[in-house]
Design a protein around this ligand. Structure first.
Ligand SMILES: O=C(O)CCC(=O)C(=O)O
Ligand SMILES: [Fe+2]
Length: 206
């Protein structure tokens, strides 16, 4: 049993999503946030894409800017984060036999006023994305700051309606759910909203 990871698995199995606070310590959050700011100031971030559409069209759907993390160029705090994700992936494989082989993670910044409309993370027909993982890097986030993550939990029985769960993007918090199953959206952020987001993937069936 690994008490860091077990509540995430419990959540996914019992309620369709896992959520844990303090997955990252306050120091880790601060270190990643300041690295994010540094790399953004160096011009390393790009408007996130959703396909081959024009930037203007995409901005109606999502307004975040991202930077993919690469092992080769990762700084110390990024390496620490990616190593913890690897441990989680390993643990998921041992306990749930998910056959996860690969991961991809990016920083995301939502400038004030931006959002990400309702979507599923398996767009671009990338069915290798099995689990979506989001870690927030925000200091002192308030409900009035907006930027909530809304999860739309599908009905499990005929006659039921979907349920909506709203999650505050609090620093150190991790949220995890099945990429092919849960539609979700990011509500307009009232202040700059920071995260590291990624996917745990299986080997390819294209
Ligand atoms: O930042 C979040 O809360 C969710 C981000 C998201 O849905 C995505 O990047 O696909
Ligand atoms: Fe998403």
């Amino acid at each position: 049993m690994d008490e860091r990871f077990e509540p995430i698995i419990d959540g996914i199995l019992n309620q369709g999503f896992g959520i844990v606070d303090n997955f990252l310590t306050a120091d880790e959050v601060a270190a990643l946030a300041s690295r994010l700011h540094e790399r953004r100031a160096q011009g390393q971030f790009r408007a996130a894409g959703i396909g081959n559409q024009q930037v203007a069209v995409e901005k109606q759907i999502r307004g975040d800017e991202i930077l993919w993390l690469e092992n080769e160029t990762a700084t110390q705090e990024e390496t620490t984060f990616l190593a913890r994700v690897d441990q989680f992936m390993e643990y998921m494989n041992q306990t749930c036999y998910l056959g996860l082989r690969d991961s991809e993670f990016h920083y995301a910044v939502y400038p004030p006023g931006t959002f990400y409309k309702r979507h599923l993370d398996q767009f671009r027909s990338d069915s290798r994305r099995k689990l979506s993982v989001i870690c927030y890097l925000n200091d002192n986030w308030q409900e009035s700051d907006g930027g909530q993550l809304a999860l739309f939990l599908p009905a499990t029985q005929p006659g039921e309606t979907e349920q909506e769960v709203t999650i505050q993007p609090i620093g150190g918090r991790l949220v995890c759910f099945e990429s092919g199953r849960l539609e979700h959206e990011v509500r307009p952020a009232g202040r700059e909203r920071l995260s590291v987001t990624g996917w745990l993937k299986t080997e390819g069936v294209y």
